[in-house]
Design a protein around this ligand. Structure first.
Ligand code: HPA
Length: 295
């Protein structure tokens, strides 16, 4: 699977460092929170004050985002006084990048000083109690590509980031899940807030009916094509992770159904919930304690 040189197909520590230094030298504040905006959720970045914006195409080593609905910009700024960095648009396996390259920005976040990563995505609802527009707090994941050896940490380990065999039973910080539940009920969002398991697949084709039924039986509440690789890399280098899925469509589980998953529906649902999600994320961030030593 790996070239004879045994070199990682991703970026070296020095390359990540070079990208982080390039960005840091153009900023006056270090971000403490890193946010990744999923499909249709790019507006989360619009609430940042005192913005400094970089196009991915201008940042050394950054891959280019090729997906409709993803802006391809890195936005720095403050949310209720907390310095943040926001990826408007992420990189996916289905774009053809090696998995180790997709997660470069997460390591760059770490090197710039980020302590907490907030990952968002649009996902198909597998849990039959879920409705389109629900927001699922991710409490755990199933890494399907990982079962086949497709893992962002495959290849030589970068010891400067973390250990060879990182634990994943605490991938999604439980204190942050509780905080999100509190914030959700304070804001009156409890009736559409859920907590569940996210399953990642490679995409880009949506799932068949048989696949959806299988994933649901295996314990997945929602299915998508992102987030898990970023969560693994963030945990590997010691950042705490909080993640949300916006249920943008019901995964089709029934052969009689006339429903068909499509990307336009995914983007439209994002638009409709965007304002509430913005408020939710801003309030959540304002309540974070910034003390990396206690994570
Ligand atoms: N399946 C996979 N990925 C998705 C879906 C889906 O139904 N909706 C949004 N992203």
């Amino acid at each position: 699977m790996f070239p004879e040189s045994n070199a990682a197909p991703g970026y070296t520590y020095d390359e990540c460092r070079a990208t982080a230094d390039w960005l840091s030298s153009r900023l006056s504040v270090r971000p403490l929170v890193g946010i990744v905006c999923g499909s249709g959720l790019g507006r989360l970045a619009d609430g940042l004050k005192d913005q400094v914006v970089f196009k991915y195409s201008d940042i050394p080593n950054f891959p280019k985002s090729t997906v409709h609905g993803h802006a391809g910009r890195l936005v720095f700024g403050t949310l209720k006084g907390t310095p943040c960095v926001c990826m408007q648009g992420r990189f996916h396996l289905y774009e053809g990048y090696p998995i180790q390259k997709i997660t470069l920005p997460i390591r760059v976040f770490k090197l710039m000083g980020v302590e907490t990563v907030i990952l968002t995505n649009a996902a198909g609802g597998l849990n039959q109690d879920y409705r389109v527009g629900d927001v699922m707090i991710i409490k755990d994941h199933i890494n399907m590509p990982g079962f086949a050896g497709i893992n962002p940490l495959a290849g030589p380990n970068e010891d400067k980031f973390g250990v060879r065999f990182p634990c994943m039973s605490d991938a999604y910080n439980r204190k942050l899940v509780r905080l999100a539940q509190e914030v959700g009920s304070e804001l009156g969002f409890s009736d559409f807030l859920r907590e569940g398991v996210y399953c990642v697949l490679g995409g880009p084709s949506f799932e068949t009916i048989a696949e959806c039924r299988m994933l649901n039986k295996l314990g997945a509440d929602a299915v998508g094509m992102s987030t898990v690789h970023e969560a693994i890399v963030a945990r590997h280098c010691g950042m705490r992770v909080f993640a949300l899925s916006l249920i943008s469509n019901q995964a089709v589980m029934d052969y009689e159904s006339e429903e068909r998953a499509n990307h336009e529906e995914v983007l439209q649902t994002g638009d409709e919930r965007a304002q509430q999600l913005e408020k939710f994320v801003a309030t959540f961030i304002s309540r974070l304690e910034h003390d990396a030593a206690t994570h």
